[in-house]
Design a binder for this molecule. Structure first.
Ligand code: ZN
Length: 279
């Protein structure tokens, strides 16, 4: 949890960056991606012991508030990106949350909620691509959006990593343990080409997980800091070339030292600022 405040402190001094307090997502917005009964159980503190175990932390009012604001921040980033080109959430990327179930530290699925909120509140025909480069598969996102042809889900992840039961995204690339920069970036470029051939996105939501980095405890891949920067650049360039807005979320990062994770997340934000000025 500490990485979030450290990232915030570090980026708060960057020129041309404006920090805004995350607004909470409303019930209505959460219900675009979640079951009514699940939302009620979360809000009322009626999650079973088993459900709390699946999420990975115990229920509290603060946990509900944090989850609401984490999703609300991705919605706010999306709406800001529409006017400014690029914007981000300093948390979020809770892609393991299913329609009626929280798992893997994820309560509400911010990218599914935000993509649907854009369609409900900005434009009904908006087509959204979710590019999920956290090292863990975006299983909840894939499941929630499996029958939704207006939102494209792309996930590049460690094949042998959590979640061990994968869902079907519109496009999945499972990488082997120890994957290096070259293979990783090649896979990314291929997948962006494939996305382009299959889907005309009007908007991109990018999950910029820091956990593919070589110093991550859980990632199992060997992507250098430079490789991580090139990864971010490839995604930002993709959106910039098409002149479509992009909102990003931080997603996972569990470095051997907290500094290494904070460094990778901050690098994403510095890179994003550079691209934002080109919109
Ligand atoms: Zn992850």
């Amino acid at each position: 949890m500490e990485k979030y405040s450290r990232v915030r402190d570090q980026v708060s001094v960057l020129p041309n960056l404006q920090l805004i307090e995350a607004p909470p997502a409303s019930d209505n917005q959460i219900l675009y991606a979640h079951d009514h009964s699940y939302l009620q159980r979360v809000v009322a503190g009626k999650l079973s012991e088993q459900e709390q175990k699946e999420i990975g932390f115990p229920w509290s009012e603060k946990m509900v508030e944090r989850s609401r604001r984490s999703a609300g921040a991705t919605i706010a980033a999306c709406k800001t990106a529409i006017t400014e080109g690029l914007s981000g959430n300093l948390a979020g990327g809770t892609h393991h949350a299913y329609r009626n179930l929280g798992t893997g530290f994820c309560v509400f699925n911010d990218s599914a909620i935000a993509a649907r909120t854009l369609q409900k509140e900005v434009h009904p025909n908006l087509k959204v691509a979710i590019i999920d480069l956290d090292v863990h598969q975006g299983n909840g996102t894939a499941s929630i959006l499996q029958d939704d042809s207006s939102i494209f889900t792309l996930s590049i992840h460690g094949e042998n990593n959590f979640p061990f039961k994968k869902e079907s995204s519109d496009l999945d690339y499972g990488l082997l343990d120890g994957c290096n920069d070259q293979t990783y970036l090649q896979t990314l470029h291929q997948s962006l080409d494939a996305l382009d051939a299959r889907f005309q996105a009007d908007f991109v939501i990018y999950l910029a997980g820091a956990d593919p980095h070589e110093e991550d405890r859980l990632g199992r891949l060997k992507i250098s800091k430079e490789g991580m920067r090139k990864r971010d650049e490839a995604v930002f360039q993709y959106a910039l070339d098409k002149q479509i807005p992009l909102a990003f979320a931080m997603a996972g990062g569990y470095g051997k030292t907290i500094e290494s994770t904070v460094e990778i997340h901050c690098q994403t934000i510095v890179t994003a600022l550079h691209f934002q000025q080109q919109y």
